[in-house]
Design a protein around this ligand. Structure first.
Ligand SMILES: Cc1cc2nc3c(=O)[nH]c(=O)nc-3n(C[C@H](O)[C@H](O)[C@H](O)COP(=O)(O)OP(=O)(O)OC[C@H]3O[C@@H](n4cnc5c(N)ncnc54)[C@H](O)[C@@H]3O)c2cc1C
Length: 290
């Protein structure tokens, strides 16, 4: 009996070679492997695909702040590095990175892997939406930018083509502050039952712009525009935050699954939203920018 066809392992050391490899043959991108190794073992990815390891490409790693305040995160940056960065103050994306798994998972796992896995419960995803981040996709034929809120199309599905690589997460400069919180039954090593990210901009004591995004509340991470709009123009007093937080339910369409019932998720979401908005507000008052 012949051996099943198993793809080969490749580890390019530059982006051009990496994109050529993705162009030539069907391949699975390997970043930290904390999802991919499990997916491959469970038959969720074709074992005949080559495995292209991206961790040897230096330009895919690192966190930098441009002169105009734009934050750029390399897709192969580890969640641990992101959670501990001092390049920017704590914000919804770094909060999400800090909550993924245990330290071993964060040391291996990358933000690009978390985004491309596209789990509705992925902890950095609501922060990406709340930050209004752009995702840079590169292939042998060119580069395109996709807004975070257009990237996810379903559980485990995105607009990324098979020959495209997520190269960078680009977060525009913002005078605001943000936060992400999730609800889990255990404090560590658990996936979000639901998660909420909030981003607020404040001028003269009033909220002038807001974005709220939800995780594990629909088939993809979703913005909650009604909640965000209700915050704008208010002084973010307790009753305004409470009323806005309730409006996250307008966009939440959670399911019943092993981690929680639809009813429980809908009960927890406004509470979590109120707390996430509260933390973002505190950070904004302390002068955090992100
Ligand atoms: C014990 C454990 C606990 C976990 N806990 C959590 C948790 O609490 N919260 C959470 O959100 N996740 C959790 N995860 C899931 C996982 O760790 C994260 O999703 C992680 O961020 C994936 O990153 P990675 O670099 O390991 O991705 P990989 O496993 O290497 O890749 C994941 C997927 O993305 C693709 N991919 C990776 N990078 C790119 C790229 N740059 N361009 C295109 N495609 C790419 C791969 O082909 C694959 O399909 C946990 C996993 C484990 C094993």
């Amino acid at each position: 009996m012949s051996e099943p066809d198993v793809g080969s392992y490749r580890r390019p050391d530059n982006l051009s070679e990496l994109l050529t490899l993705l162009d030539r043959r069907p391949a699975s991108v390997l970043a930290g492997g904390t999802d991919l190794v499990v997916m491959r073992a469970e038959g969720m990815v074709d074992r005949a695909h080559d495995i292209v390891d991206i961790k040897g490409v230096p330009e895919l790693r690192g966190i930098s702040l441009g002169a105009d305040g734009t934050l750029t995160i390399g897709a192969a940056t580890s969640l641990r590095e992101l959670a501990r960065t001092t390049v920017v103050p704590p914000n919804a994306i770094t909060d999400g990175a800090a909550l993924v798994g245990g330290w071993q998972t964060r040391a291996r796992g990358t933000i690009g892997g978390n985004i491309c896995r596209a789990s509705p419960a992925g902890d950095t995803l609501p922060g990406v939406l709340a930050a209004d981040a752009q995702l840079e996709l590169a292939s042998a034929t060119g580069t395109r930018l996709v807004p975070g809120h257009d990237f996810f199309t379903g559980p485990g599905r995105t607009v990324r083509a098979p020959d495209e690589l997520l190269t960078r997460i680009i977060v525009p400069a913002s005078p605001g502050a943000s936060a992400y919180l999730r609800f889990t039954y255990r404090l560590a090593m658990d996936l979000a039952v639901v998660g909420v990210a909030a981003h607020l901009e404040i001028e003269n004591g009033r909220c002038v712009a807001a974005r709220v995004a939800l995780g594990a509340a629909a088939a993809t991470p979703v913005p909650a525009p009604d909640a965000a709009d209700a915050l704008v123009g208010t002084r973010l007093d307790a009753s305004s935050i409470e009323a806005a937080a309730q409006l996250v339910l307008n966009t939440a369409t959670p399911i019943d699954d092993g981690r929680g019932s639809r009813a429980h998720r809908r009960t927890v979401l406004p509470v979590l939203a109120k707390r996430a908005i509260g933390i973002a507000f505190e950070r904004a008052r302390e002068g955090h920018r992100r």
